[in-house]
Design a protein around this ligand. Structure first.
Ligand code: GTP
Length: 602
């Protein structure tokens, strides 16, 4: 297709999870002939297996579509995919920076949800033209008029031209494409100016090196261009320029306004940072494009190999994962209980689970994961401020002046019948009420400031269960606040197990300590001797339970004789052992390390 800047439209789709973004994207691809319906068996934009399994979008991609519009002209449409989960909202922001417009997809049966709002605000911040799509109108429970009213009232968008669509049955697709062409402005930028391209994502390919997804703002990048990365100053010769259709296709050059990828045998992801500007080394642009703010991990946990010989393999695996996931951070750590491992930082709990699963599945590692925690700030008597990423590293009480913890501003939307239980939950989790607003006669939007540490304890599950699945949540970091926090230690057979230490609010310490040891008693298998489990704050023991001894080994039950039965039992025992860690004389199962997450407060 010939390059005609006025005929380029760069857009993305923003939606709350499950409102139909991927289905709509597939439909657009199908309609414009990028995919035949035979190929449409799977959603193509969700690339990784894991994503497909969990039905969420993590890594975005850019796809180029050809569309012959009602005006008789052919347009180049670049669809940039965005992730839908709160953990990845910074990636949404990144892809928005490469677009001029956004399709706002809202489920006609559900209405505006927390992430709808969060994403729309991001799009408005980026000055994008917003096209409203009310999706799933085929559902019997669809209430498109009510949803339109919500959008008008809460977001303040004009919905007189909102498109009634069903991504599932293909209703409204042409109208969406027409509005993309007529409403979204063509890209700005200057064709003759020195090259400036924004790297909005990257990906590591073992053969081609780093593949940078770029939006060219000014100038042209082509095969053979000597490019310079503005942030790092590193130079590379481009050896491939291409687009996704959705399969990658080499096209030789990308010009002002276009979106695609470049490869330049870049071996180190650090040399090609997302958010950086690519320019021409021979004719560098004087000013770089606005970048992205650096993301900081919000949640940390320890990762330890069950078998200590796997330590190096774990390091290799983390290194490889990091190539494709710059937001994953890790550093070596030693635990008295668990030996050598790593303390890893994640964007949120989902991100953490995904990394753990990949390590185990793709790298075949058996891991012990410690309970996640937030980063605390401790002001010490020496007048220094230390950041604590591991609860067991909290300085002795005598050296602490005060401790601060991260708070988030949480936005919760729920049907009004569930407002009571939802507010109760927020209160239990030390939430500070900020605001309550009606979205419609039946739905309410609540704003609370909550400690992040309380959110990572089953908050989302609780929210879902107390609202029968109807509440949605979005949150952003709101800064640090001083709190009355203490360290709770767990002793098993008289030894403090550092990997089980947690930091909790003083008012909750007693209760959590007690239910934690009760939980542990149920999880730690009986052994030939009695195992006391204690919870303590400083030197004060606040709870104690005992795992009683068993007299005989499990094989004793077999009365000799039946060898197959014996073998089965042995197999079973081995299976059970897979996720056990021998700590001193006691074997501790993986579940014990996560048990604190489900102790509850009641
Ligand atoms: N009835 C009906 N169902 C739809 C429609 N569009 C999507 N769905 C269904 O809604 C569910 C979620 O759709 P997805 O396209 O995966 O949603 P998504 O917004 O991409 O979700 P994430 O990728 O997780 O952000 C799927 O089961 C779809 O089949 C529609 O127009 N009508």
């Amino acid at each position: 297709m010939e390059w005609e800047k006025d005929r380029i439209r760069n857009f993305c789709i923003i939606a709350h999870i499950d409102h139909g973004k991927s289905t709509l994207a597939d439909r657009l691809l199908e309609y414009t002939g990028a995919l035949s319906s035979r190929e449409m068996t799977e959603q193509v934009l969700d690339k990784m297996d894991l994503e497909r399994e969990r039905g969420i979008t993590i890594k975005m991609q850019a796809v180029r579509l050809k569309y012959k519009a009602g005006d008789g002209h052919e347009y180049q449409l670049n669809l940039i995919d965005t992730p839908g989960h709160v953990d990845f909202s910074y990636e949404v922001s990144r892809s928005l920076a490469a677009c001029e417009g956004a399709l706002l997809v809202v489920d006609a049966a559900q209405g505006i949800e927390a992430q709808t709002l969060a994403n729309v605000y991001l799009a408005l911040e980026h000055n994008l033209e917003i096209i409203t799509v009310i999706n799933k109108i085929d559902l019997p429970s669809a209430e498109p008029e009510r949803v339109k009213q919500e959008i008008e009232d809460i977001i303040g968008l004009d919905t007189s031209e909102a498109i009634m669509a069903s991504a599932k049955s293909g209703i409204g697709i042409e109208e969406i494409l027409e509005q993309i062409v007529t409403k979204i402005p063509p890209p700005g930028g200057q064709e003759q100016a020195p090259l400036r391209a924004l790297i909005f994502d990257s990906h590591y390919d073992p053969y081609k090196g780093v593949i940078a997804y770029v939006r060219v703002v000014d100038g042209t990048v082509a095969n053979g261009t000597q490019v310079k990365m503005v942030a790092t100053g590193k130079e590379f010769e481009v050896n491939e320029v291409g687009i996704f259709r959705p399969a990658p296709v080499s096209i030789g050059e990308l010009r002002s306004g276009e979106v695609g990828f470049i490869a330049a045998s870049i071996k180190n992801v650090k040399d090609c940072q997302v958010g950086d500007t690519v320019t021409d080394a021979k004719r560098p642009a004087p000013v770089s494009l606005p970048g992205y703010r650096k993301v900081t991990p919000m949640v940390y946990c320890g990762l330890y190999p069950v078998d200590t010989v796997d330590y190096e393999n774990l390091r290799d695996a983390l290194e490889k994962l990091r190539l494709n996931d710059a937001s994953l951070i890790y550093e070596p750590e030693t635990s008295e209980a668990l030996g050598f491992g790593f303390r890893c930082g994640f964007l949120g709990l989902l991100h953490m689970e995904i990394v753990q699963e990949r390590l185990e599945r793709e790298y075949n590692l058996s891991l012990i994961t410690t309970a996640p925690n937030v980063v605390y700030r401790v002001t010490t008597t020496a007048d220094t401020v230390v950041e604590i990423e591991n609860p067991s590293k909290l300085p002795p009480i005598g050296n602490i002046v005060f401790i601060e913890e991260p708070f988030v501003r949480a936005l919760i939307m729920a049907p009004k019948d569930y407002v009571g239980p939802v507010m109760e939950l927020c209160q239990e989790r030390r939430g500070i009420f900020v605001n309550m607003e009606y979205i419609s006669i039946s739905r309410v939007m609540l704003t609370y400031d909550l400690p992040l540490s309380e959110i990572i304890y089953d908050f989302f599950d609780q929210l879902k269960s107390r609202s029968r699945g109807y509440a949605s949540l979005d949150y952003e970091l709101a800064g640090y606040k001083q709190s009355d926090l203490v360290k709770l230690d767990i002793m098993i057979a008289g030894e403090v197990l550092d990997a089980l230490s947690i930091i909790v609010h003083r008012d909750k310490a007693y209760h959590r300590g007690r239910s934690f040891v009760e939980k542990l008693r149920g999880l730690i298998p009986r052994q030939l001797f009695e195992i006391p489990i204690q919870a303590s704050i400083g030197s004060r023991i606040i709870a104690r339970e005992t795992v009683k001894a068993v007299r005989k080994d499990v094989l004793a039950k077999c009365y000799g004789g039946d060898i197959t039965r014996k073998r089965k039992l042995l197999e079973k025992q081995k299976e059970g052992k897979k996720r056990m860690k021998q700590v001193g004389s006691v074997e501790i199962p993986q579940e014990a390390f996560m048990a604190v997450l489900s102790v509850g407060d009641k």
